[in-house]
Design a protein around this ligand. Structure first.
Ligand SMILES: Cc1cc2nc3c(=O)[nH]c(=O)nc-3n(C[C@H](O)[C@H](O)[C@H](O)COP(=O)(O)OP(=O)(O)OC[C@H]3O[C@@H](n4cnc5c(N)ncnc54)[C@H](O)[C@@H]3O)c2cc1C
Length: 403
């Protein structure tokens, strides 16, 4: 053990609550700085639910900063474009090419990637496990924290008090630490649910199998999105449905609702809808932006701080950016965690609030009806790929934290 590692081992740990993508990236970022890190995850196994995630060109450079960029490139798939069509008419609403010289020039040579969450998590965990100063704890639920004067402790559900130098709560949309910090501030439910399915590519519907990009079909109160994973050997499908009032998702009435959507859909999305398993679902919710997500040496991070709808496919991306920006601030701040967390909040608030609010606006555009849908087709039809890039520059241009 080196002298620095020995000193780190004797210091109080930075405790990270939650082993989602935000928590694991933060453990890796701070671990690489030589800090003692203790991650606490409530699940029996730190892992990820087994579906795909899109990673915008702003995110790959962050993963490079964490030393895993090359592995992500190797495990990920690079979709050729993002295509969005009207589910009833089949009209193309938007097409954003992802392999053009202009894309490469605008986003510093970065790539748009689709990766299996399990692959992403495993490579991040392997990088953490290579660091002796990072301790990963499973089956440890956190109930809250107590901060009196110099002493900061994390309270675990099994009655332990873990003393910490600082606490980073990346415990997701329904964060317990946020509930303690901001009582009464609740997630905002949309009334939509998502169903996710992965099918082997050789068993995928023929029309979808030909697609090499991210494809989305949307209509009133509904969208389905799909893209290849793992060298195009798998197809990831996400179907999002507004649940009609008073209908239970387990009921025959819900299945009838899906059948009615299917009946009015073009052939390509119709074949996809048939393949989606309705057994599991995720309620779709986000958070209102808040300006204050720190309390002394405790901060929120990722979805706990700024959960967003997935319209821009950037919730995980923002959590990864948070981790890298925090590490860069701590490079200068040393052990002044309270000061660093204030700076993190200032650095990240407007960008993440914009993702939250633009994602909400886009959600309404995805699912609109009648005249709104006609106007949408007209307005979006006027846009060239160059126009789409310009609209996304604020988001897709990689940050240069600490540069
Ligand atoms: C259908 C869908 C599609 C999406 N697609 C994309 C996409 O393509 N691209 C993208 O960037 N984002 C996408 N997102 C958003 C993305 O999944 C989230 O933003 C991201 O997972 C947030 O990461 P996180 O680490 O902040 O939180 P989470 O992933 O929610 O992780 C929180 C972790 O904390 C643990 N935990 C919770 N409470 C406690 C506690 N009390 N004690 C200990 N541990 C606790 C949980 O078990 C969990 O492991 C999508 C979301 C949905 C629902």
């Amino acid at each position: 053990m080196t002298r620095a590692q020995d000193a780190a081992a004797r210091s109080l740990p930075v405790v990270i609550v939650g082993g989602g993508v935000g928590g694991v990236c933060t453990a890796l970022a701070l671990g690489r700085q030589g800090r003692r890190v203790m991650l606490l995850e409530q699940a029996d196994q730190i892992g990820a639910i087994g579906y795909g995630v899109q990673i915008g060109p702003n995110v790959l450079p962050m993963l490079e900063r964490l030393g895993v960029g090359q592995s992500v490139l190797e495990k990920g798939y690079q979709p050729t474009e993002i295509r969005w069509c009207d589910i009833a008419s089949g009209a193309s609403l938007a097409e954003i090419p992802l392999h053009t010289p202009e894309f490469a020039r605008r986003y510093g040579g970065s790539r748009y990637i689709a990766i299996h969450r399990v692959d992403l998590h495993q490579l991040l965990l392997a990088a953490c496990e290579a660091l002796p100063n990072v301790e990963l704890n499973q089956a440890t639920a956190v109930q809250g924290y107590r901060q009196d004067g110099e002493r900061l402790v994390v309270l675990s559900a099994d009655g332990r008090e873990i003393e910490a130098a600082a606490v980073i709560a990346s415990d997701g949309l329904r964060s317990r630490i946020r509930a303690q910090m901001q009582p009464g501030d609740l997630p905002r439910d949309t009334g939509y649910v998502a169903h996710r399915t992965i099918v082997p590519m050789d068993q995928a519907p023929a029309l979808a199998r030909q697609r090499t990009g991210v494809t989305m079909w949307s209509g009133p109160g509904f969208h389905v999105i799909y893209y290849p994973l793992r060298g195009r050997t798998e197809l990831n499908i996400v179907m999002v449905v507004r649940v009609p009032p008073g209908i239970d998702c387990e009921s025959a009435a819900y299945r009838d609702h899906i059948a009615a959507i299917e009946a009015g859909a073009q052939a390509e999305p119709r074949e996809l809808i048939e393949r989606v398993s309705l057994e599991r679902r995720w309620s779709i919710a986000d958070r209102d932006p808040i300006r204050r997500w720190t309390d002394g040496r405790v901060t929120l991070l990722g979805d706990a701080a700024h959960a967003t709808l997935q319209s821009l496919a950037q919730g995980a991306g923002m959590a990864i950016e948070d981790a890298v920006v925090l590490a860069s601030i701590l490079d200068e701040a040393g052990d002044d965690y309270a000061g660093a967390f204030e700076r993190l909040q200032r650095a990240r608030f407007l960008r993440t609030a914009r993702v939250q609010l633009e994602s909400r606006a886009l959600w309404d555009v995805f699912h609109c009806d009648g005249l709104d849908a006609e106007l949408r087709a007209m307005q979006w039809g006027e846009r060239t790929p160059h126009d789409f890039y310009r609209c996304l520059d604020w988001l897709w241009t990689p940050l240069h934290p600490g540069a």
